[in-house]
Design a binder for this molecule. Structure first.
Ligand SMILES: *Cc1c(COP(=O)(O)O)cnc(C)c1O
Length: 389
C-alpha cells in the first residue's frame, strides 16, 4: 500500500543500526541499560491517581469531555492559578488557555492552525525531532537555526538571513532546552518577542521543562516577556514535572487568536481530553508542588553522580541548569555516533547521539536522568571501569 508523501519527507530514524544491536543484545541476555529516553520512572503522585479513580467512577465523565476541545473550564482556571503563582503571568481562562493531550499534540496543531503549505518555520538545531515532523506533516518548510555552546545554546537572531525571516510564519523554541539543558534569559525572551514582531512570526514556545531546574536557576516562562501574548503561545505539560507522561495532559497559553485557531483544529480532530484526566490534572497543579521539589532533588543527586563519573574519565564541563538531561561532550577524536556505539559495545549502555537532534548536535551525547538510582549507579560504575585512564 502506498502511503502519503508527507510521511516520506520525515527523516528516518538515524540509529537503526544501534536499535538492532540493542534488540539482539537483549535477546542474548545482555543487561542493557538505557539512558536514552526522557520519561520519569517514579510513580505519579498518589493523590493524582486517587482523583483519576474517583472521577472515573462518575458516569457524567464517560461522555464527551466537558467544553470539548477547549478543556474543562475548571482545568483552565487551575492552569491560570498555576501560571500566576509560579511565573507571575496573568491569563484569561476563557480565551488564553487551552487544554491539550500533551504538549506534542500542541506542537502539531499549532502548525495546522498557523502554517500554510510552503511557509517557512524556524526551529533550533539541535532541536526536538517532533518539531520537524509536525512542520513537514503540515506542509511547511523547516529552517534550522543553529544553537551553539558559545552562545549558551540560544539562537543568534543576526544569523537568520533576512530573506528567511521574512518568509517565516512560525518558530519553535524550547527552554529549558531538550536536548542541551540550556535555559533562556529574560533578555533573550525580550529579543525573541522583538524579532517575532518585526517579521510577523508566530512563536510556539514549548516549555515542558519549565519546572525542572537546578543550581538556583530562575523559573522562566515565555509569557513573562512583555508583548509575548501578541506574538505567540507557550505550550506546557504535566508529563515531566508530575511524572505523567503516559496520561497525556498539557496546555497551550497565550495569544487568543492562536488559541482559538488551535481549538478549531482540535474540535475537528480529537474532541478533547477525558474528563477524569483533567480532574487529576487539577489535583496535581493544586496540591503537588512539593512533588516537583522532591523529583528535582532526585535528579540533582543523579546529575552529580554522572558529572563526577564523567570527570573521573576526563570529561569535564559545566552543564546548563535545566531539564533532566546532561548534554555531554564526547572524547576528542570521536564523533557522537562513534562514542554512542563504543559505549554500547563495551558497556551495554545506551545514550542518545547528539546528531539525533540535528547536525549541530555533533560532538555531544544526551544522557537522561530518568532511570532508577540503582541502574544509574550500575551504569556509572561500568563507565568508570571501561574508560578509566
Ligand atoms: C517531552 C517533550 C514533549 C512532550 O510532552 P508531552 O506533553 O508528553 O506531549 C514536548 N516537547 C519537548 C521538548 C519534550 O522534551
Amino acid at each position: 500500500m502506498e502511503t502519503a508523501d508527507r510521511l516520506t519527507k520525515i527523516p528516518p530514524y538515524l540509529f537503526m543500526e544501534l536499535r538492532k544491536k540493542i534488540v539482539a543484545a537483549r535477546a542474548a541476555g545482555v543487561d542493557v541499560i538505557s539512558l536514552a529516553i526522557g520519561d520519569p520512572v517514579e510513580a505519579t503522585p498518589k493523590s493524582v491517581i486517587d482523583e483519576l479513580c474517583r472521577a472515573a467512577y462518575d458516569p457524567a465523565n464517560h461522555r464527551y469531555p466537558t467544553d470539548e476541545e477547549k478543556g474543562m473550564l475548571a482545568f483552565r482556571q487551575e492552569v491560570a492559578r498555576w501560571y500566576d503563582r509560579r511565573y507571575g503571568v496573568a491569563l484569561d481562562p476563557a480565551t488564553e488557555i487551552l487544554g491539550l493531550i500533551g504538549s506534542k499534540e500542541g506542537c502539531h496543531h499549532f502548525i495546522l492552525a498557523r502554517i500554510n503549505p510552503g511557509d517557512v518555520v524556524l526551529m533550533t538545531d539541535p532541536g526536538y525531532p517532533a518539531y520537524r515532523a509536525s512542520i513537514l506533516m503540515g506542509g511547511g518548510e523547516p529552517w534550522n537555526v543553529p544553537i551553539r555552546a558559545k552562545n549558551d545554546y540560544l539562537p543568534d537572531f543576526a544569523e537568520i538571513p533576512t530573506a528567511i525571516a521574512k518568509k517565516a510564519r512560525g518558530m519553535f523554541l524550547n527552554y529549558p532546552n531538550n536536548p542541551t539543558g540550556a535555559c533562556a534569559t529574560r533578555k533573550f525572551l525580550g529579543d525573541l518577542v522583538a524579532f517575532a514582531k518585526d517579521y510577523d512570526i508566530a512563536v510556539c514556545y514549548d516549555n515542558p521543562y519549565s519546572e525542572i531546574l537546578f543550581a538556583g536557576q530562575e523559573r522562566i516562562s515565555f509569557l513573562m516577556a512583555p508583548g509575548a501574548k501578541d506574538v505567540g503561545v507557550e505550550l506546557n505539560s504535566l508529563s515531566k514535572p508530575f511524572n505523567m507522561c503516559g496520561w497525556r495532559l498539557g496546555m497551550a497559553c497565550g495569544n487568543p487568536d492562536l488559541i482559538a485557531a488551535i481549538s478549531k483544529v482540535k474540535e475537528n480532530t480529537d474532541s478533547g481530553i477525558f474528563n477524569p484526566i483533567q480532574f487529576a490534572g487539577i489535583q496535581a497543579l493544586k496540591t503537588e508542588e512539593a512533588f516537583i521539589e522532591d523529583m528535582t532533588a532526585i535528579y540533582g543527586r543523579r546529575r552529580e553522580l554522572v558529572l563526577s563519573t564523567l570527570r573521573k574519565i576526563g570529561i569535564v564541563f559545566t552543564p546548563p541548569r535545566g531539564t533532566f538531561y546532561l548534554w555531554t561532550p564526547v572524547p576528542e577524536g570521536m564523533t557522537s555516533l562513534e562514542f554512542t556505539n563504543r559505549l554500547f559495545d563495551r558497556t551495554a549502555i545506551v545514550v542518545a547521539a547528539g546528531t539525533a537532534y540535528g547536525e549541530f548536535g555533533e560532538g555531544y551525547i544526551r544522557i537522561s536522568l530518568t532511570v532508577p538510582d540503582d541502574r544509574l549507579a550500575e551504569a556509572m560504575s561500568r563507565i568508570e571501569k571501561e574508560f578509566a585512564a
